[in-house]
Design a protein around this ligand. Sequence first.
Ligand code: ADP
Ligand code: MG
Length: 214
Amino acid sequence: MSEQVFDKQFFADSLVKMAELTEANRDYWTKLDSDIGDGDHGINLSIGFREVSEKLAEKLAESPDTATFLKKSGMILLSKVGGASGPLYGSFFIKMGKDHIGKETVTFPEFADMIKNGVEAIQFRGKAELGDKTMLDALLPGIDYLQAHKEDTDYLAVMEKMIEIMKEGAESTIPLIAKKGRAMRLGERAIGHKDPGSESSWMLMNVFLEQMRK
Ligand code: ADP
Ligand code: MG
């Protein structure tokens, strides 16, 4: 088993990088959403993560542990973002640390469980299933792989494969008709377009991998 542990600063740095990623991909994610939604996905996440970034030092200082810090950051996303994605990503961070309250650091298997808790919170809130053409089409196959391999020695290889699977999951949304979210209204006209949330979600999860490489 890996000896690697992840502390509050690891998650804080990840959130800063997620905010940077969001700024860099704001127009791209918005373009995806203008194809099958209302063209605001990148804008929504940019508003949310910018606020997370601005409040980061304050939230970090007032949080005794990682779980509390993540929860406070998730609350910002939930309250600041108008679109569906704000409460969904907000729930991810709010619930991520729920089984690790009071911990200074988490191991890789614990990190894997946190990702699972976060994704399950998205599913609980949004009630979408695999194949509904949402962010869950990227996230669900990824967490299954992560759970199955969380005790592997080479945790970076596990993360790389998880991201690859999530990316494939995002691609898999292209031929689908949406059963949740705004794209639902388009019916068959959604076919041929990638779901914006599936793209932003694997890219955001990839930030954890990039931070682990450091
Ligand atoms: P809105 O749809 O309110 O404009 P965004 O454009 O920010 O919000 O986000 C759209 C993304 O949210 C979609 O691409 C999809 O991945 C995700 N989404 C929407 N509804 C759900 C749901 N019920 N469950 C999971 N993801 C969802
Ligand atoms: Mg939208």
